[in-house]
Design a protein around this ligand. Structure first.
Ligand SMILES: Nc1ncnc2c1ncn2[C@@H]1O[C@H](COP(=O)(O)OP(=O)(O)OP(=O)(O)O)[C@@H](O)[C@H]1O
Length: 275
C-alpha cells in the first residue's frame, strides 16, 4: 500500500502550468529525490503532497489522508522543511524554536525530544543562541529538527542541501540516511545528487511532468565517456560507452587523430543531456 498516492494532478498559476497530469506513488521506507531544472514544478509538487497547496484537479493521499480534505490530520503525521521559506523564529533561540513547535504539535516530552535532536545534530552547544546568529548549516539542521519534533512517518524536504559547506552537507545527508534506515520515508527536492544514497529513487521533472523515475544507482553506474580529438585540423567530439573506449581510440588513431582527450561524465552531465 503506497504511503503517497498522486493521481492525475495538475496545477496552474495564471498562465503558467506548473504541473501537468502527474501520477506518482511512493512506498513506505523509500528515499525519493526529486530533481529537475528551475521552474519544472518540483516545489509545487512537494507543497501539494503536504497540503500547503491545493491542486486544480486530481487526487492526492498521503498516509491515507486526502491532502485537501484532511490536511489538518495529515499535518500531525508528516514533517516538512522548506529551506527557501522562513519558517523559524529568528529572534528566538534554537531550543525555544523547538519547544514552540513541540507545543504546536502537542508533543509530550517536547523538551526531551528537542534536546535529543539538538544533540544528534550537533547543535547542543548553540541551543541557547538566537537563530539569527546561526550559520546556514546550523539553521538547516534546526529546520530539520523542527520537522522531526513530532516524530513524523514521512519527511518532505525542499532544497535543504543548497548552499551548505561539504561538512554540513555530509552531516545532514548521513542523518537523513539514518532516519530512512529507521523507517522514515524521505521525499527530498534537491539539485545536489552526488552525495545522496545510491539506493535513492531519482525522479526528474521537466515542464511540470515527470520525465524520468529510476534508481539513482542506475545513473551513478552509467559510464559514458566523451572523446575529443582533432582530425585534419578539425575538432571532433563524441560520447561513447566506456566499454567501447579502446575501440574508438584505436579507430581515431587509425584515421590520424591528434590531441585525443577523454572526459568521464558525471551524473550532472548525464542529466544535463537528458534535460
Ligand atoms: N505562487 C506562485 N505564483 C505564481 N507562479 C508560481 C507560484 N509558484 C510557482 N509558480 C510557477 O510555477 C512553475 C513551477 O514552480 P516550482 O517552484 O514548482 O518549480 P521548481 O522546480 O521548484 O523550481 P526551483 O528549482 O526554481 O525551485 C514556475 O514557472 C513558477 O514560476
Amino acid at each position: 500500500m503506497p504511503i503517497v498516492k498522486i493521481r492525475n494532478v495538475s496545477k496552474r498559476f495564471g498562465d503558467v502550468v506548473a504541473l501537468r497530469n502527474i501520477d506518482l506513488e511512493i512506498e513506505q521506507g523509500e528515499f525519493v529525490v526529486i530533481a529537475g531544472e528551475n521552474g519544472s514544478g518540483k516545489s509545487t509538487l512537494l507543497k501539494i503532497m503536504t497540503g500547503l497547496l491545493i491542486p486544480d484537479n486530481g487526487e492526492v493521499t498521503v498516509l491515507g489522508f486526502d491532502v485537501v480534505e484532511e490536511w489538518k490530520e495529515l499535518a500531525k503525521h508528516i514533517g516538512v522543511a522548506l529551506a527557501n521559506e522562513r519558517s523559524l523564529y529568528w529572534k528566538l533561540t534554537g531550543m525555544e524554536n523547538l519547544e514552540i513547535f513541540g507545543g504546536i504539535y502537542g508533543v509530550r516530552d517536547a523538551k526531551k525530544k528537542a534536546l535529543a535532536l539538538l544533540e544528534r545534530l550537533d547543535l547542543i552547544d548553540v541551543k541557547d543562541m538566537l537563530v539569527e546568529n546561526y550559520s546556514t548549516g546550523m539553521r538547516r539542521k534546526l529546520l530539520l529538527a523542527k520537522s522531526l519534533i513530532h516524530s513524523p512517518k514521512i519527511l518532505f524536504l525542499d532544497e535543504i542541501l543548497n548552499g551548505l559547506d561539504p561538512k554540513s552537507m555530509i552531516e545532514i545527508v548521513s542523518f537523513l540516511e539514518e532516519l530512512n534506515r529507521d523507517g522514515i520515508t524521505i521525499v527530498l527536492v534537491s539539485h545536489i545528487l552526488h552525495s545522496l544514497p545510491s539506493n535513492s529513487r531519482l525522479i526528474v521533472m521537466k515542464d511540470g511532468k515527470i520525465i524520468l523515475d529510476d534508481a539513482l544507482r542506475n545513473f551513478k553506474n552509467m559510464k559514458t565517456v566523451k572523446v575529443k580529438a582533432v582530425i585534419g585540423g578539425e575538432k571532433i567530439e563524441k560520447t561513447v560507452d566506456e566499454s567501447e573506449l579502446t575501440k574508438v581510440i584505436k579507430e581515431l588513431t587509425e584515421v590520424g587523430a591528434e590531441n585525443i582527450m577523454i572526459e568521464r561524465d558525471d551524473l550532472y552531465a548525464i542529466l544535463r543531456r537528458i534535460l
